[in-house]
Design a protein around this ligand. Structure first.
Ligand code: UGA
Length: 434
Protein backbone atom coordinates (compact mmCIF):
# COMPACT_ATOMS: atom_id res chain seq x y z
CA UNK A 1 0.00 0.00 0.00
CA UNK A 2 2.92 2.32 0.71
CA UNK A 3 4.21 1.69 -2.82
CA UNK A 4 0.77 2.41 -4.30
CA UNK A 5 0.61 5.64 -2.28
CA UNK A 6 4.06 6.63 -3.50
CA UNK A 7 3.41 5.88 -7.16
CA UNK A 8 -0.15 7.20 -7.27
CA UNK A 9 -0.48 10.59 -5.52
CA UNK A 10 -4.01 10.83 -6.96
CA UNK A 11 -5.20 8.04 -4.60
CA UNK A 12 -5.79 8.36 -0.86
CA UNK A 13 -4.58 5.17 0.84
CA UNK A 14 -5.94 4.41 4.32
CA UNK A 15 -4.64 1.44 6.30
CA UNK A 16 -6.82 0.08 9.10
CA UNK A 17 -6.33 -2.74 11.57
CA UNK A 18 -8.15 -4.01 14.66
CA UNK A 19 -4.74 -4.07 16.38
CA UNK A 20 -4.36 -0.51 17.73
CA UNK A 21 -0.80 -1.07 18.96
CA UNK A 22 0.20 -2.08 15.44
CA UNK A 23 -1.33 1.06 13.90
CA UNK A 24 0.40 3.19 16.55
CA UNK A 25 3.70 1.56 15.68
CA UNK A 26 3.20 2.38 11.99
CA UNK A 27 2.51 5.98 13.02
CA UNK A 28 5.71 6.14 15.08
CA UNK A 29 9.35 6.31 13.97
CA UNK A 30 9.79 2.67 14.90
CA UNK A 31 8.04 0.64 12.20
CA UNK A 32 6.91 -2.80 13.39
CA UNK A 33 8.74 -4.70 10.62
CA UNK A 34 12.24 -4.46 9.23
CA UNK A 35 12.41 -4.36 5.47
CA UNK A 36 15.24 -2.59 3.60
CA UNK A 37 14.00 0.68 2.04
CA UNK A 38 10.49 0.50 3.54
CA UNK A 39 10.97 3.21 6.15
CA UNK A 40 12.04 5.75 3.53
CA UNK A 41 8.99 5.06 1.36
CA UNK A 42 6.53 5.15 4.27
CA UNK A 43 8.03 8.41 5.54
CA UNK A 44 7.82 10.03 2.12
CA UNK A 45 4.03 9.54 1.91
CA UNK A 46 2.82 9.22 5.51
CA UNK A 47 0.37 12.04 6.29
CA UNK A 48 0.22 13.03 2.60
CA UNK A 49 -1.77 10.26 0.94
CA UNK A 50 -0.95 7.29 3.21
CA UNK A 51 -2.65 7.12 6.60
CA UNK A 52 -2.67 4.50 9.36
CA UNK A 53 -5.97 4.64 11.23
CA UNK A 54 -8.08 2.69 13.69
CA UNK A 55 -11.58 3.76 12.68
CA UNK A 56 -12.41 0.77 10.50
CA UNK A 57 -16.09 1.53 9.99
CA UNK A 58 -15.69 5.06 8.66
CA UNK A 59 -12.85 4.04 6.40
CA UNK A 60 -14.87 1.17 4.93
CA UNK A 61 -17.76 3.55 4.33
CA UNK A 62 -15.59 6.09 2.52
CA UNK A 63 -13.57 3.64 0.40
CA UNK A 64 -14.20 2.83 -3.25
CA UNK A 65 -11.74 -0.06 -3.30
CA UNK A 66 -10.84 -2.28 -0.33
CA UNK A 67 -7.73 -4.48 -0.29
CA UNK A 68 -8.22 -7.31 2.20
CA UNK A 69 -4.86 -8.39 3.61
CA UNK A 70 -5.83 -10.25 6.76
CA UNK A 71 -3.91 -13.35 7.79
CA UNK A 72 -4.86 -16.85 6.69
CA UNK A 73 -2.85 -19.12 9.00
CA UNK A 74 -2.96 -22.92 8.85
CA UNK A 75 -5.99 -24.27 10.73
CA UNK A 76 -5.07 -25.79 14.08
CA UNK A 77 -8.44 -27.36 14.91
CA UNK A 78 -11.34 -29.27 13.35
CA UNK A 79 -11.56 -30.47 9.74
CA UNK A 80 -8.37 -29.88 7.80
CA UNK A 81 -6.37 -29.05 10.96
CA UNK A 82 -2.66 -28.78 10.14
CA UNK A 83 -3.26 -28.21 6.41
CA UNK A 84 -6.27 -26.10 5.44
CA UNK A 85 -6.27 -22.30 5.75
CA UNK A 86 -8.15 -20.76 8.62
CA UNK A 87 -10.54 -18.42 6.83
CA UNK A 88 -12.27 -16.92 9.87
CA UNK A 89 -10.57 -13.53 9.48
CA UNK A 90 -11.49 -13.34 5.80
CA UNK A 91 -15.11 -14.10 6.55
CA UNK A 92 -15.25 -11.64 9.47
CA UNK A 93 -13.76 -8.97 7.22
CA UNK A 94 -16.37 -9.60 4.52
CA UNK A 95 -19.10 -9.25 7.14
CA UNK A 96 -17.62 -6.01 8.55
CA UNK A 97 -17.35 -4.56 5.04
CA UNK A 98 -20.99 -5.34 4.41
CA UNK A 99 -22.13 -3.98 7.78
CA UNK A 100 -20.37 -0.64 7.34
CA UNK A 101 -21.06 -0.02 3.66
CA UNK A 102 -23.73 2.17 2.16
CA UNK A 103 -22.35 2.00 -1.39
CA UNK A 104 -21.06 -0.85 -3.60
CA UNK A 105 -17.27 -1.38 -3.74
CA UNK A 106 -14.51 -3.38 -5.33
CA UNK A 107 -13.12 -5.84 -2.79
CA UNK A 108 -9.64 -7.09 -3.61
CA UNK A 109 -8.29 -10.34 -2.16
CA UNK A 110 -4.65 -9.62 -1.36
CA UNK A 111 -4.14 -12.38 1.22
CA UNK A 112 -2.99 -15.78 -0.06
CA UNK A 113 -6.14 -17.89 -0.23
CA UNK A 114 -7.37 -21.30 -1.27
CA UNK A 115 -8.94 -21.46 -4.72
CA UNK A 116 -12.65 -20.44 -4.77
CA UNK A 117 -12.49 -18.26 -1.62
CA UNK A 118 -13.88 -15.36 -3.64
CA UNK A 119 -17.09 -17.35 -4.03
CA UNK A 120 -17.72 -17.27 -0.27
CA UNK A 121 -16.80 -13.58 0.00
CA UNK A 122 -19.17 -12.73 -2.82
CA UNK A 123 -22.03 -14.68 -1.29
CA UNK A 124 -21.64 -12.85 2.01
CA UNK A 125 -21.20 -9.41 0.43
CA UNK A 126 -24.00 -9.74 -2.11
CA UNK A 127 -26.52 -11.36 0.21
CA UNK A 128 -27.60 -7.94 1.47
CA UNK A 129 -30.93 -6.21 1.48
CA UNK A 130 -29.38 -2.77 1.05
CA UNK A 131 -29.43 -3.15 -2.75
CA UNK A 132 -25.60 -2.91 -2.88
CA UNK A 133 -23.41 -4.72 -5.40
CA UNK A 134 -19.81 -5.74 -4.63
CA UNK A 135 -17.21 -7.00 -7.12
CA UNK A 136 -14.57 -9.36 -5.74
CA UNK A 137 -11.20 -9.34 -7.51
CA UNK A 138 -8.11 -11.46 -6.78
CA UNK A 139 -4.72 -9.71 -6.78
CA UNK A 140 -2.16 -11.99 -5.10
CA UNK A 141 1.16 -10.59 -3.92
CA UNK A 142 4.41 -12.12 -5.15
CA UNK A 143 6.97 -10.00 -3.27
CA UNK A 144 9.55 -11.77 -1.11
CA UNK A 145 10.58 -10.41 2.28
CA UNK A 146 13.98 -8.76 2.35
CA UNK A 147 13.61 -7.65 -1.28
CA UNK A 148 10.02 -6.36 -1.00
CA UNK A 149 10.68 -2.82 -2.19
CA UNK A 150 12.63 -3.88 -5.28
CA UNK A 151 10.01 -6.56 -6.04
CA UNK A 152 7.21 -4.00 -5.82
CA UNK A 153 9.03 -1.34 -7.89
CA UNK A 154 9.83 -3.77 -10.63
CA UNK A 155 7.63 -6.87 -10.43
CA UNK A 156 8.02 -9.80 -12.84
CA UNK A 157 4.26 -9.57 -13.21
CA UNK A 158 1.12 -8.26 -11.54
CA UNK A 159 -1.78 -10.72 -11.55
CA UNK A 160 -5.41 -9.65 -11.40
CA UNK A 161 -8.28 -12.12 -11.63
CA UNK A 162 -11.98 -11.39 -11.93
CA UNK A 163 -15.23 -12.71 -13.28
CA UNK A 164 -15.46 -12.70 -17.05
CA UNK A 165 -18.61 -10.58 -16.98
CA UNK A 166 -18.98 -6.94 -17.92
CA UNK A 167 -18.94 -5.83 -14.27
CA UNK A 168 -16.13 -8.23 -13.36
CA UNK A 169 -13.93 -7.07 -16.23
CA UNK A 170 -14.55 -3.42 -15.33
CA UNK A 171 -13.46 -4.10 -11.73
CA UNK A 172 -10.27 -5.83 -12.96
CA UNK A 173 -9.52 -2.83 -15.18
CA UNK A 174 -9.99 -0.47 -12.22
CA UNK A 175 -7.27 -2.35 -10.30
CA UNK A 176 -5.04 -2.67 -13.38
CA UNK A 177 -5.19 1.13 -13.74
CA UNK A 178 -3.58 1.54 -10.30
CA UNK A 179 -0.55 -0.61 -11.17
CA UNK A 180 -0.28 0.90 -14.66
CA UNK A 181 1.02 4.05 -12.93
CA UNK A 182 4.42 2.35 -12.74
CA UNK A 183 4.22 -1.19 -14.12
CA UNK A 184 4.34 -1.67 -17.92
CA UNK A 185 0.97 -2.91 -19.23
CA UNK A 186 2.44 -6.10 -20.71
CA UNK A 187 3.46 -7.18 -17.20
CA UNK A 188 -0.10 -6.83 -15.87
CA UNK A 189 -1.76 -10.21 -16.45
CA UNK A 190 -5.52 -10.56 -16.15
CA UNK A 191 -7.22 -13.95 -15.72
CA UNK A 192 -10.38 -15.48 -14.39
CA UNK A 193 -10.81 -15.40 -10.61
CA UNK A 194 -9.96 -19.04 -9.92
CA UNK A 195 -6.77 -19.02 -12.02
CA UNK A 196 -5.53 -15.99 -10.12
CA UNK A 197 -6.23 -17.53 -6.70
CA UNK A 198 -4.62 -20.83 -7.64
CA UNK A 199 -1.60 -19.21 -9.34
CA UNK A 200 -0.41 -17.85 -6.03
CA UNK A 201 -0.34 -21.25 -4.31
CA UNK A 202 1.19 -22.81 -7.43
CA UNK A 203 3.96 -20.20 -7.62
CA UNK A 204 5.03 -20.84 -4.03
CA UNK A 205 4.75 -24.62 -4.45
CA UNK A 206 7.05 -24.51 -7.53
CA UNK A 207 9.59 -22.29 -5.76
CA UNK A 208 9.66 -24.48 -2.64
CA UNK A 209 9.91 -27.60 -4.80
CA UNK A 210 13.15 -26.32 -6.35
CA UNK A 211 14.73 -25.91 -2.92
CA UNK A 212 13.59 -29.34 -1.74
CA UNK A 213 14.91 -30.88 -4.99
CA UNK A 214 18.36 -29.33 -4.66
CA UNK A 215 18.42 -30.04 -0.91
CA UNK A 216 17.58 -33.72 -1.46
CA UNK A 217 20.53 -33.97 -3.84
CA UNK A 218 22.83 -32.20 -1.38
CA UNK A 219 22.68 -35.41 0.69
CA UNK A 220 23.86 -37.46 -2.29
CA UNK A 221 26.74 -35.01 -2.83
CA UNK A 222 27.90 -35.51 0.75
CA UNK A 223 28.11 -39.28 0.11
CA UNK A 224 29.86 -39.07 -3.27
CA UNK A 225 32.23 -36.12 -3.19
CA UNK A 226 30.23 -34.08 -5.71
CA UNK A 227 29.74 -30.43 -4.69
CA UNK A 228 26.15 -29.10 -4.63
CA UNK A 229 27.14 -25.49 -5.45
CA UNK A 230 28.96 -26.71 -8.56
CA UNK A 231 25.95 -28.79 -9.55
CA UNK A 232 23.54 -25.89 -9.01
CA UNK A 233 25.78 -23.71 -11.15
CA UNK A 234 26.03 -26.33 -13.91
CA UNK A 235 22.33 -27.14 -14.15
CA UNK A 236 21.25 -23.53 -13.61
CA UNK A 237 22.99 -22.55 -16.86
CA UNK A 238 20.25 -24.43 -18.71
CA UNK A 239 17.81 -21.57 -19.22
CA UNK A 240 14.88 -24.03 -19.02
CA UNK A 241 15.92 -24.62 -15.41
CA UNK A 242 17.48 -21.21 -14.68
CA UNK A 243 19.95 -20.10 -12.04
CA UNK A 244 17.65 -18.58 -9.40
CA UNK A 245 16.34 -20.38 -6.32
CA UNK A 246 18.85 -23.23 -6.49
CA UNK A 247 20.89 -22.46 -3.40
CA UNK A 248 21.12 -25.55 -1.22
CA UNK A 249 20.40 -24.71 2.41
CA UNK A 250 19.52 -26.04 5.81
CA UNK A 251 15.91 -25.80 4.62
CA UNK A 252 13.44 -23.15 3.57
CA UNK A 253 11.47 -21.21 6.16
CA UNK A 254 9.10 -18.26 6.23
CA UNK A 255 5.42 -17.77 6.68
CA UNK A 256 4.51 -18.69 3.12
CA UNK A 257 5.97 -21.87 1.64
CA UNK A 258 4.96 -24.41 4.27
CA UNK A 259 1.53 -22.88 4.87
CA UNK A 260 0.73 -22.54 1.18
CA UNK A 261 1.89 -26.03 0.20
CA UNK A 262 -0.11 -27.56 3.05
CA UNK A 263 -3.09 -25.60 1.80
CA UNK A 264 -2.51 -27.01 -1.70
CA UNK A 265 -2.23 -30.51 -0.23
CA UNK A 266 -5.53 -30.00 1.54
CA UNK A 267 -7.22 -28.79 -1.63
CA UNK A 268 -5.96 -31.85 -3.55
CA UNK A 269 -7.26 -34.17 -0.82
CA UNK A 270 -10.56 -32.30 -0.78
CA UNK A 271 -10.97 -32.76 -4.53
CA UNK A 272 -10.15 -36.50 -4.30
CA UNK A 273 -6.56 -36.36 -5.62
CA UNK A 274 -4.50 -38.18 -2.94
CA UNK A 275 -1.51 -38.88 -5.24
CA UNK A 276 -1.17 -35.17 -6.10
CA UNK A 277 -1.51 -34.32 -2.41
CA UNK A 278 1.22 -36.83 -1.44
CA UNK A 279 3.55 -35.47 -4.15
CA UNK A 280 3.36 -31.90 -2.80
CA UNK A 281 3.46 -33.01 0.81
CA UNK A 282 6.81 -34.69 0.13
CA UNK A 283 8.29 -31.22 -0.60
CA UNK A 284 7.57 -30.27 3.03
CA UNK A 285 8.85 -33.60 4.35
CA UNK A 286 12.19 -33.26 2.55
CA UNK A 287 12.47 -29.76 3.96
CA UNK A 288 12.08 -30.87 7.58
CA UNK A 289 14.36 -33.85 6.97
CA UNK A 290 17.04 -31.50 5.59
CA UNK A 291 17.12 -29.47 8.81
CA UNK A 292 17.03 -32.48 11.11
CA UNK A 293 19.72 -34.39 9.23
CA UNK A 294 21.93 -31.26 9.36
CA UNK A 295 21.73 -31.24 13.15
CA UNK A 296 22.58 -34.96 13.16
CA UNK A 297 25.70 -34.29 11.05
CA UNK A 298 26.80 -31.66 13.55
CA UNK A 299 26.17 -34.03 16.43
CA UNK A 300 28.30 -36.77 14.83
CA UNK A 301 31.17 -34.31 14.37
CA UNK A 302 31.00 -33.34 18.03
CA UNK A 303 31.65 -36.92 19.19
CA UNK A 304 27.91 -37.72 19.40
CA UNK A 305 27.43 -35.63 22.50
CA UNK A 306 26.63 -31.96 22.90
CA UNK A 307 25.19 -32.15 26.41
CA UNK A 308 26.28 -29.05 28.32
CA UNK A 309 28.23 -27.72 25.31
CA UNK A 310 27.80 -24.14 24.15
CA UNK A 311 26.67 -24.10 20.52
CA UNK A 312 26.48 -20.72 18.79
CA UNK A 313 23.60 -20.30 16.34
CA UNK A 314 24.43 -17.59 13.79
CA UNK A 315 21.13 -16.21 12.52
CA UNK A 316 17.59 -16.82 13.72
CA UNK A 317 15.58 -15.07 10.97
CA UNK A 318 14.21 -17.35 8.23
CA UNK A 319 16.49 -15.59 5.75
CA UNK A 320 18.75 -12.54 5.53
CA UNK A 321 17.50 -8.93 5.48
CA UNK A 322 14.42 -9.52 7.59
CA UNK A 323 13.52 -9.78 11.27
CA UNK A 324 10.88 -12.40 10.46
CA UNK A 325 11.42 -15.70 12.25
CA UNK A 326 8.25 -17.54 11.25
CA UNK A 327 8.98 -21.20 10.39
CA UNK A 328 12.67 -20.39 10.55
CA UNK A 329 14.90 -23.48 10.25
CA UNK A 330 17.03 -21.97 13.05
CA UNK A 331 14.09 -22.38 15.40
CA UNK A 332 13.91 -26.12 14.71
CA UNK A 333 17.71 -26.34 15.11
CA UNK A 334 17.55 -24.66 18.54
CA UNK A 335 14.77 -27.00 19.68
CA UNK A 336 16.82 -30.03 18.61
CA UNK A 337 19.92 -28.66 20.36
CA UNK A 338 17.83 -28.31 23.52
CA UNK A 339 16.62 -31.92 23.16
CA UNK A 340 20.30 -32.90 23.30
CA UNK A 341 20.72 -30.63 26.35
CA UNK A 342 23.20 -28.33 24.66
CA UNK A 343 23.33 -24.60 25.48
CA UNK A 344 22.32 -22.64 22.36
CA UNK A 345 23.80 -19.13 22.12
CA UNK A 346 21.75 -17.28 19.53
CA UNK A 347 22.86 -14.23 17.60
CA UNK A 348 21.15 -12.28 14.80
CA UNK A 349 21.38 -8.76 13.37
CA UNK A 350 17.62 -8.00 13.45
CA UNK A 351 15.68 -10.97 14.81
CA UNK A 352 16.63 -11.23 18.50
CA UNK A 353 13.39 -9.62 19.78
CA UNK A 354 11.37 -12.14 17.74
CA UNK A 355 13.65 -14.97 18.87
CA UNK A 356 12.99 -13.96 22.48
CA UNK A 357 9.25 -14.23 21.86
CA UNK A 358 9.51 -17.59 20.01
CA UNK A 359 11.68 -19.10 22.73
CA UNK A 360 9.82 -17.60 25.69
CA UNK A 361 9.19 -21.08 27.17
CA UNK A 362 12.93 -21.92 27.26
CA UNK A 363 14.57 -18.55 27.93
CA UNK A 364 16.39 -19.99 30.96
CA UNK A 365 18.10 -22.56 28.69
CA UNK A 366 19.27 -20.33 25.82
CA UNK A 367 21.27 -17.11 25.54
CA UNK A 368 20.57 -14.28 23.11
CA UNK A 369 23.64 -12.19 22.27
CA UNK A 370 23.69 -9.52 19.59
CA UNK A 371 27.43 -9.44 19.01
CA UNK A 372 28.57 -12.53 17.01
CA UNK A 373 32.11 -12.47 18.49
CA UNK A 374 30.60 -12.59 21.99
CA UNK A 375 28.20 -15.37 21.00
CA UNK A 376 31.03 -17.54 19.70
CA UNK A 377 33.20 -17.22 22.83
CA UNK A 378 33.92 -20.64 24.40
CA UNK A 379 31.47 -22.35 22.02
CA UNK A 380 32.29 -25.79 20.62
CA UNK A 381 30.54 -25.12 17.35
CA UNK A 382 28.95 -22.40 15.23
CA UNK A 383 25.84 -23.31 13.27
CA UNK A 384 25.22 -20.71 10.59
CA UNK A 385 21.48 -20.81 9.85
CA UNK A 386 20.73 -17.45 8.16
CA UNK A 387 22.56 -16.08 5.12
CA UNK A 388 23.37 -12.62 6.58
CA UNK A 389 26.27 -11.57 4.34
CA UNK A 390 27.93 -9.90 7.35
CA UNK A 391 28.86 -13.37 8.63
CA UNK A 392 31.12 -14.00 5.65
CA UNK A 393 33.03 -10.80 6.48
CA UNK A 394 33.73 -11.60 10.16
CA UNK A 395 37.28 -12.01 11.49
CA UNK A 396 37.20 -15.82 11.64
CA UNK A 397 40.70 -16.07 13.11
CA UNK A 398 39.54 -13.99 16.08
CA UNK A 399 36.47 -16.23 16.44
CA UNK A 400 38.60 -19.39 16.27
CA UNK A 401 40.94 -18.11 18.98
CA UNK A 402 38.03 -17.54 21.38
CA UNK A 403 36.34 -20.93 20.93
CA UNK A 404 36.71 -24.33 22.62
CA UNK A 405 38.83 -26.74 20.57
CA UNK A 406 38.29 -28.61 18.35
CA UNK A 407 36.09 -25.85 16.95
CA UNK A 408 33.43 -26.69 14.36
CA UNK A 409 31.70 -24.47 11.81
CA UNK A 410 28.56 -25.79 10.14
CA UNK A 411 27.60 -23.54 7.21
CA UNK A 412 23.88 -24.18 6.69
CA UNK A 413 23.76 -21.59 3.90
CA UNK A 414 26.98 -22.23 1.99
CA UNK A 415 28.12 -18.61 2.21
CA UNK A 416 31.47 -19.14 3.94
CA UNK A 417 34.84 -20.05 2.42
CA UNK A 418 35.30 -23.56 3.85
CA UNK A 419 38.88 -23.94 2.64
CA UNK A 420 39.92 -20.72 4.38
CA UNK A 421 38.24 -21.82 7.61
CA UNK A 422 39.97 -25.22 7.50
CA UNK A 423 43.34 -23.45 7.12
CA UNK A 424 42.62 -21.46 10.29
CA UNK A 425 42.04 -24.79 12.08
CA UNK A 426 38.26 -25.18 12.09
CA UNK A 427 36.48 -28.45 11.42
CA UNK A 428 34.10 -27.46 8.63
CA UNK A 429 30.80 -28.89 7.39
CA UNK A 430 28.93 -27.38 4.43
CA UNK A 431 25.61 -28.38 2.90
CA UNK A 432 26.15 -30.85 0.06
CA UNK A 433 29.89 -30.98 0.55
CA UNK A 434 31.72 -34.19 1.44
C1 UGA B 1 8.03 -16.30 -0.82
C2 UGA B 1 8.05 -16.18 -2.35
O1 UGA B 1 9.40 -16.17 -2.83
C3 UGA B 1 7.35 -14.91 -2.79
O2 UGA B 1 7.32 -14.85 -4.22
C4 UGA B 1 5.92 -14.91 -2.22
O3 UGA B 1 5.23 -13.74 -2.59
C5 UGA B 1 6.01 -15.00 -0.70
O4 UGA B 1 6.66 -16.22 -0.36
C6 UGA B 1 4.60 -14.97 -0.15
O5 UGA B 1 3.83 -15.93 -0.40
O6 UGA B 1 4.20 -13.96 0.45
P1 UGA B 1 9.47 -15.25 1.21
O7 UGA B 1 8.83 -16.32 2.03
O8 UGA B 1 9.43 -13.86 1.70
O9 UGA B 1 8.79 -15.23 -0.26
O10 UGA B 1 11.01 -15.63 1.02
P2 UGA B 1 11.92 -16.41 -0.08
O11 UGA B 1 12.94 -15.50 -0.58
O12 UGA B 1 11.08 -17.10 -1.09
O13 UGA B 1 12.66 -17.48 0.85
C7 UGA B 1 11.97 -18.60 1.44
C8 UGA B 1 12.96 -19.54 2.11
O14 UGA B 1 13.70 -20.29 1.14
C9 UGA B 1 14.02 -18.84 2.97
O15 UGA B 1 14.23 -19.56 4.17
C10 UGA B 1 15.24 -18.86 2.08
O16 UGA B 1 16.44 -18.76 2.81
C11 UGA B 1 15.08 -20.21 1.40
N1 UGA B 1 15.81 -20.31 0.12
C12 UGA B 1 15.53 -19.48 -0.91
C13 UGA B 1 16.78 -21.31 -0.05
O17 UGA B 1 17.03 -22.11 0.87
N2 UGA B 1 17.43 -21.40 -1.26
C14 UGA B 1 17.17 -20.57 -2.29
O18 UGA B 1 17.80 -20.72 -3.36
C15 UGA B 1 16.19 -19.58 -2.11
Amino acid sequence: MAMIAKKCPQYQVKIVDINVARINAWNSDNLPIYEPGLKEIVESVKGKNLFFETDIETNIKEADIIFVSVNTPTKTFGFGAGKASDLQYIEKTARSILAASNSGKIVVEKSTLPVRTAESMERILNSNNKGLHFDVVSNPEFLAEGSAIADLENPDRVLIGGHQTEEGLAAVEEIAKIYANWVPREKIITTNLWSSELSKLTANAFLAQRISSINSLSALCEKTGANIDEIANAIGKDTRIGAKFLKASIGFGGSCFKKDILNLVYLCEHYGLPEVAAYWESIIKINEWQTTRSVKRVLRSLFNTITGKKIAVFGFAFKADTNDTRESPAHLVVRELLEERAIPIITDYKALPDAKRDLSDVLDKVQLIEEPYEAAKNAHAILLCTEWQQYAALDWQRIYDSMSKPALVFDGRNILDGEKLKKIGFDFIGIGKA
